[in-house]
Design a protein around this ligand. Structure first.
Ligand code: FAD
Length: 802
């Protein structure tokens, strides 16, 4: 008994030795926090001002929830989707529709090598270049969602027109002026930009500085100079830029350069930092170069330069007070703009690919079967449909956040990265399904241009590899984490007492956060998340996904903390680990956007295969990303702990089933409300152009199905004897069938129409031998005078004879 009391006393004393310093704040601060702060300062990666600006730019919203381990699902579920105003809807139904109808991507690329003059004029006159400029300055004053809808629709028609409209409404002079311009600058420039009297471009990239844009070598020195006959304070600027969209036709050049003030004319500092200015391209010394040709896309893009060009100080956006604040300005604007422009254009391209390829897979037959019914094609169609459902969900949710005043730095990066990456997958799948039809260029090719131009989206506004490897988790872990930013701020605090107090408070919270998430991740792993409460009022069949995403969120928070704790600053260089952790965060966003969309669209039962596929795919991919982190984690003991906490009973998720995939694929090859919702906002246009023709051919194929079944059954039972169906001799067989009373003349006409439309769809363009001058004249124009882009209905052999 005595021995027991002694042992108990020793145990209590030891426990007190451990617990007291933690529980008693002054002791904890002196004994623990001080030492940890010292270590934290050592392991914290060095951060330049530009990195700090990038980290601090924008807002944290739903991404913070996803990182918290306990996402507040009710807040997301009740978030209403942004709506169009009557004006915005009218613009989409009229001006955007008209503009789409004016464009032929083939002619734009091959005849004009630019948008035709009438299209340029229409774009300018109808305010397309000033969608984000408020009405007070003569712009359209559209919401982010309306802007996104316009770009999405234009992108279903042609890349060049979409990029031309997108750039002035994205990161550039208009947005920079709105956010940082002086009143005088706004009055001077915005009305002209809104009416298309000025064409803007924004030049940041230089030959030496692409992804590492903060290292631009272009410079400006603060000095006095002559401007309009007066001696004024300004900058002498030298630059050499490339890849600048709209640069070759711009009249107003937005320019980023590093400003220096060696004579201290503007203040105390010499190296002021990156600065943004607006320079009319007619200004002496501005050299607008020639043109680049980005993957056969003909939107205007090219280099520009200048040497010792004097500009007055009031051309600096925001004037002298904004000298050196350019990087911060760019990062803030990028936080919102990146979530709209490329996500919208790429969703538009994917809509075009899904709608046309789905129809093509139904119309095109091989082995007497529509190719869309082969399992191999089904697999590709499934990915296309599932990916597009997620992409559009992310596009709409991100635009909704922006319209609520958020500048989502991390979520916009995720939207850009994953929508463009998935679009590439969609387009590649579409090309494989279309076969030679997608490969042979000409006015009847509905995919080739998108396939060629796809890499542009991957590279611009933050190249994807860089964004995935460095930005999503790097920025997300610091911005979205509830304590890390506070710890970093405390570590930078010069007042030692304050630093210790604040670090201690953040640290205690952080430890609780880490322990809480590890225990929750483990418990959810052991119980399969069954005890997690799903939000009330959501579709019953989606509750399991909310539970699984909550588990994923807790596991991510735990793994992120453990990774930062054990790898410290080295995590920045471990890009493969960082990329995988970023993938988990991204998939949480993609999954939650999908659930949000499903609720917003009224839980359409017919669309549920798309939703289920998207969620199962996201869960499986997130699981693989976590497995990738654990397998490759340098510290094997920590990796084992991670595995125990995250996968205590093994890996629960599997790939979406083939059966589910088949349901998804079928939705793409039949006309339906689901197919219309999936490709909503798409321009269909002239029934004789490729997209319209495919729509008609699809309808004809579906209408012909029951008639073909009648013929087949008559052939089977011997009521008819004939060669093949469909194909050679089909017309003769149909005539026989009518004569034998197997089908009616009207039904025979349905089959004939299907045959005729399918032949037109399947046809590809061919050109004269020299290709060069006659590129605009596909053969049928020579033969029968039908306009460009219209496939002849006559079979190829007969046409050749004619
Ligand atoms: C058609 C087109 C239009 C453009 N329009 C404009 C414009 O209007 N204005 C403007 O200023 N710029 C514009 N750009 C420039 C564009 O933003 C840059 O091309 C982009 O920043 C990438 O730079 P880079 O091409 O030099 O590639 P690099 O910087 O040389 O990158 C090459 C590869 O390395 C990867 N990489 C780089 N660093 C890392 C890292 N740390 N970790 C992992 N991977 C990394 C990148 O992801 C990329 O895959 C345009 C470019 C193109 C092609």
């Amino acid at each position: 008994m005595n021995a027991f009391i002694v042992e108990l006393s020793i145990a209590v004393a030891l426990l007190a030795l451990v617990v007291l310093p933690i529980a008693v704040a002054p002791l904890r601060r002196r004994l623990i926090a001080r030492a940890l702060l010292r270590i934290f300062r050592k392991v914290m990666p060095p951060m330049s001002q530009t990195e700090r600006d990038a980290l601090e730019a924008g807002t944290v919203g739903w991404d913070g929830e996803l990182f918290s381990g306990r996402p507040a699902w009710p807040a997301l579920v009740s978030l209403p989707r942004a709506q169009l105003t009557a004006d915005e809807q009218h613009f989409l139904d009229h001006e955007v529709e008209t503009l789409c109808a004016m464009i032929s991507d083939w002619e734009t690329t091959n005849v004009h090598k630019d948008l035709p003059p009438a299209v340029w004029q229409y774009i300018k006159e109808h305010g397309f270049l000033g969608m984000i400029i408020p009405k007070a300055f003569g712009g359209l004053g559209f919401s982010a969602y309306a802007h996104s809808q316009v770009i999405t629709k234009l992108s279903t028609r042609g890349g060049t027109v979409a990029v031309t409209v997108l750039v002035p409404n994205s990161l550039g002079p208009g947005e920079l002026l709105l956010n940082y311009g002086t009143d005088e600058q706004k009055r001077r420039h915005l009305p002209r930009l809104a009416r298309g009297l000025d064409i803007p471009c924004f030049a940041l990239t230089s030959p030496q500085a692409g992804s590492d844009a903060a290292s631009i070598p272009d410079w400006g020195v603060v000095c006095f100079g002559e401007h309009e006959g007066r001696r004024v304070l300004g900058l002498r600027v030298t630059w050499d830029k490339r890849y600048i969209t709209l640069g070759p036709v711009a009249t107003l050049l937005g320019l980023a350069f590093r400003a220096y003030d060696p004579d201290h004319l503007a203040g105390d500092r010499e190296d002021l930092g990156i600065t943004c200015a607006l320079i009319p391209t007619t200004h002496p010394g501005v050299v607008i170069g020639r043109r680049h040709m980005p993957l056969n896309a003909v939107f205007q893009n090219g280099p520009n330069s200048g040497t010792d060009v004097f500009i007055p100080m009031d051309w600096v956006i925001g004037g002298a007070p904004m000298l050196g604040k350019g990087w911060r300005m760019l990062m803030e604007c990028l936080a919102a703009g990146r979530g709209i422009s490329l996500p919208s254009s790429n969703t538009g391209m994917a809509k075009l690919a899904v709608r046309t390829t789905g129809a093509y897979a139904r119309v095109r037959t091989q082995f007497k079967t529509p190719i869309g019914r082969f399992e191999g094609i089904e697999e590709a169609l499934t990915r296309m449909g599932g990916n597009l459902y997620v992409m559009d969900a992310v596009r709409m949710l991100t635009a909704t956040f922006v319209d609520r005043g958020e500048k989502p730095a991390v979520l916009s990066g995720i939207a850009k990265l994953h929508i463009t990456a998935r679009n590439r997958e969609v387009i590649n799948d579409a090309m494989d399904i279309a076969g030679g039809k997608g490969i042979c260029m000409g006015p009847s090719n509905f995919l080739g241009a998108a396939y060629m131009q796809m890499p542009v989206s991957i590279t611009v506004e933050g190249a994807n590899i860089l964004t995935r490897s460095l930005i999503v988790f790097g920025q997300g872990a610091i911005r979205c984490h509830p304590y890390v930013l506070r710890e970093i701020a405390a570590a930078r605090e010069p007042d030692a007492d304050k630093a210790l107090r604040e670090f201690d408070a953040a640290f205690v919270g952080h430890v609780r956060f880490l322990i809480g998430n590890s225990l929750r991740a483990l418990t959810m792993g052991l119980t399969g998340s069954r005890l997690v409460r799903a939000p009330a009022g959501v579709a019953p069949r989606t509750k399991c996904y909310y539970r699984q995403l909550t588990r994923l969120s807790a596991a991510l928070a735990f793994m992120a903390d453990v990774s930062m704790l054990t790898l410290g600053g080295a995590l920045k260089r471990k890009e493969k680990l960082s990329a995988r952790l970023g993938d988990v965060l991204s998939l949480l966003y993609l999954g939650s956007a999908t659930l949000w969309r499903y609720e917003q669209e009224g839980r359409q039962a017919a669309d549920s295969p798309l939703m289920h596929w998207a969620l199962r795919d996201a869960l499986y991919k997130a699981q693989s990303a976590m497995e990738g982190v654990i397998t490759n984690f340098p510290n094997r003991f920590v990796a084992a702990v991670m595995r125990f906490v995250v996968f205590p009973l093994g890996q629960p998720h599997v790939v979406p089933s083939d059966r589910l995939g088949q349901h998804v694929a079928r939705l793409l090859i039949e006309p339906s409300a689901t197919r219309d919702r999936l490709t909503a906002g798409m321009f269909i246009g002239d029934p004789d152009e490729p997209v319209g023709l495919l729509e008609r051919a699809l309808a004809a194929s579906v209408a012909a199905d029951p008639v073909e079944r009648k013929l087949r059954s008559a052939l089977r039972v011997g009521r008819l004897e004939a060669a093949q169906l469909p194909g050679e001799g089909a017309a003769e067989l149909e005539a026989l069938a009518v004569a034998a009373g197997v089908i009616t003349p009207a039904e025979a006409a349905v089959l004939a129409s299907r045959r005729e439309l399918a032949a037109r769809v399947v046809k590809v363009d061919d050109f004269a031998q020299d290709l060069g001058t006659s590129l605009l004249q596909p053969r049928e124009q020579d033969a029968d005078g039908s306009p460009h882009g219209r496939a002849s209905s006559a079979p190829a052999t007969r046409r050749a004879v004619a």
